[in-house]
Design a protein around this ligand. Structure first.
Ligand SMILES: [Mg+2]
Length: 234
């Protein structure tokens, strides 16, 4: 492996846990109670809207919640939509808290002189909460699908991050769990790619797994600090 000039990270399932479908649906069901619609139908509608939410075409979180509730036959009040949206914000905020081992890996890469970027398929609440996350103090460049209107593996989302870091794609290392076929997308641009696959990994937490990827795989984020190129990165 060549020494990269920058590291691009996926978010969900890489820097923070992927949201297990059961937990996601449980929050959707609580939202459905606020909204006065059927819980099973609303959870399915929320889940099935991920492509549009990731592309940012469903508007604000409140607009998204209202549209999905209406699609389930509801006519929620403003207060009901606000209450339901708050539940989703709480879930995302909790997941973005990150943990000390992850932050230590990012600090180690920064200490080695490697700038870091985020390349994430996310819906609108994620960039709104990002500044509160300790990750944002370490990752200065972000490429959020919902703000760019493209999602992985579209080259534009990776190239936005590389451009903001002022490095060429072939000088980037991309690290991700493989959701959204993100690994092949990065490799197609000439990026070096490492898959993170932790023990006990739940494939059902990924919408569109990158099953064809056969490149290097690490089982803990900390393995990045053991890469032979790290010492040469300075
Ligand atoms: Mg992921």
């Amino acid at each position: 492996m060549r020494a990269p000039a920058a590291v691009l990270f996926d978010l969900w399932g890489t820097l923070v846990p992927a949201i297990p479908p059961s937990e996601r649906d449980a929050v959707s069901r609580e939202m459905a109670v606020d909204l006065g619609v059927d819980g099973t139908a609303f959870a399915a509608a929320y889940r099935d809207s991920y492509r549009e939410r990731f592309l940012g075409v469903t508007g604000s979180l409140e607009e998204t919640v209202r549209a999905l509730a209406e699609a389930c036959g509801g006519a929620p009040t403003v207060a009901a939509v606000t209450a339901a949206a708050a539940r989703r914000l709480d879930l995302t905020r909790r997941l973005l808290e990150s943990d000390d081992p992850t932050l230590a890996v990012l600090d180690g890469l920064l200490d080695a002189g490697l700038p870091l970027a985020l390349v994430s398929d996310s819906s609108v609440e994620t960039p709104s909460l990002w500044p509160e996350s300790p990750l944002s103090e370490r990752i200065w460049v972000t490429a959020f699908s919902c703000l760019l209107g493209v999602r992985k593996p579209d080259p534009a989302v990776y190239l936005h991050a590389a451009r903001e870091l002022d490095v060429g794609p072939t000088d980037c290392l991309f690290v991700g769990d493989g959701d959204g076929r993100e690994l092949s997308g990065a490799a197609d641009l000439g990026m070096q790619v490492v898959r993170l696959r932790v023990p006990g990994d739940d494939p059902s937490a990924r919408y569109d797994d990158d099953r064809s990827f056969t490149g290097p795989t690490i089982t803990a984020l900390n393995d990045l600090l053991k890469m032979p190129w790290l010492r040469r990165a300075k």
